[in-house]
Design a protein around this ligand. Structure first.
Ligand code: NAD
Ligand code: TYD
Length: 351
């Protein structure tokens, strides 16, 4: 793997993945990051990487739905490996405006697969990054395994399910070398503050209310983003072609417990002037329609076959995450105000 196309590398997980590959693995090839820079994409996440690895890191602002742009990238950079992170990723947005989810997550993946098929001779691997939400919702018992039938409930998860099926079909029909990973909820640095954990951290710091959907009893299985990225890299290097691997943290928490924990850690790391608990900011709001009750991943296939285990505990990962948001207030300001688009224009005069 010498010429790696990473799509969506300016988003939360993609940026962490690129940072990991350059800083903490034996990867010695080139990375081409193709990102459309939607509201969730921020090239500022990789400025230091761009400076240090001038001859190994390349950013191309393009839409994965644009066949010509993607064909150009494959030809120009002799792409031999693809890791597809690019997606519309937020469930609440998919409920309000599903259109972009269908376009990017389904059609975009199709364009990438078609282009990879056209460049079959040079292709080593097409890795597709997906979510455990494709499996639907669990009751109080049981776990998602790789054999759990797909039962997506939101436009987001339905679009990701569809893209997974396309990737599988390209493996079965055309013999494309693929792997798929389905991961549980991630948290960590660079996450756009619309998702539960960064939203709660920033709202709490700004003394805003902390909106918990329903009664806060829905359960998510949390994984620190670097652990996810390490799992993806392990699968890309050693996973069996044509296979799916579940990735999870074995870290189930009810949402209310997660929000309480964030409040308590913040009170410890940066107490309010009046020393009162931030838990008093919690407010219970109307539930999300079609809200999946519980996700829980059985990742024993990944553990047993490839020897991966998560390194971060929920508390250590949350502390790191909170510290990162405390240390990066300018990033937060720019992302929340959308000012980074001005920053992009300044730094990328050529696009
Ligand atoms: P994100 O929303 O933070 O980032 C998505 C990135 O994709 C952004 O940089 C955006 O600009 C880019 N993008 C969107 N549409 C594009 C298009 N048409 N062409 C090119 N680039 C485009 O998302 P994330 O949380 O980093 O998730 C990355 C991947 O991981 C997604 O495929 C998501 O489904 C999957 N995933 C996420 C989680 C999670 O908890 N965040 C868990 C499991 C799987
Ligand atoms: P989210 O981060 O949107 O991830 P996903 O929906 O993909 O699991 O939400 C995580 C959980 O937190 C989910 O059960 C919905 C809930 N939630 C809230 O209670 N309040 C919020 O403001 C948000 C964004 C999410």
């Amino acid at each position: 793997m010498q010429n790696l196309l990473v799509t969506g590398g300016c988003g939360f997980i993609g940026a962490n993945f690129i940072r990991l590959l350059f800083s903490n693995t034996d990867f010695d090839g080139r990375i081409v990051n193709v990102d459309k820079l939607t509201y969730a994409g921020n090239p500022e996440n990789l400025t230091d990487i761009e400076d240090i690895y001038r001859d190994r890191y390349f950013f191309v602002m393009a839409d994965i739905c644009d066949p010509e742009a993607i064909a150009d990238v494959f030809a120009k950079y002799k792409i031999d490996t693809v890791c597809n992170f690019a997606a519309e990723s937020h469930v609440d947005r998919s409920i309000v405006e599903p259109d972009a989810f269908i376009k990017t997550n389904i059609h975009g993946t199709f364009i990438l697969l078609e282009t990879a098929r056209e460049h079959r001779d040079q292709l080593i691997l097409f890795h597709h990054v997906s979510t455990d939400e494709v499996y639907g919702s669990l009751g109080a018992e049981g776990y998602f395994t790789e054999d759990t039938p797909y039962k997506p409930n939101s436009p987001y998860s339905a679009s990701k399910a569809s893209s997974d099926h396309l990737v599988r079909a390209y493996s079965k029909t055309y013999g494309l070398p693929v792997t798929i990973s389905n991961c549980s909820n991630n948290y960590g640095p660079y996450q756009f503050p619309e998702k539960l954990i960064p939203l709660m951290i920033l709202n709490a710091l700004e003394e805003k209310s902390l909106p918990v959907y329903g009664k806060g009893r829905n359960i998510r299985d949390w994984l620190y983003v670097t652990d996810h990225c390490k799992a993806v890299w392990r699968i890309m290097q050693s996973g069996r072609r044509g296979e799916t691997y579940n990735i999870g943290g074995r870290c189930e928490r009810a949402n209310l417990d997660t929000v309480n924990m964030i409040c308590d850690l913040l009170d410890d790391m940066q107490p309010r002037p009046d020393q009162r608990s931030r838990r008093e900011l919690i407010s219970f709001v109307k539930d999300r329609p079609g809200h999946d009750f519980r996700y829980a991943i059985d990742c024993s296939k990944l553990e047993n076959e490839l020897g991966w285990i998560p390194e971060e505990s929920f508390e250590s990962g949350l502390r790191k995450t909170i510290q990162w948001y405390l240390d990066n207030k300018e990033w937060v300001e720019r992302v929340k105000s959308g000012d980074y688009l001005a920053w992009v224009k300044q730094h990328y005069e050529h696009i």
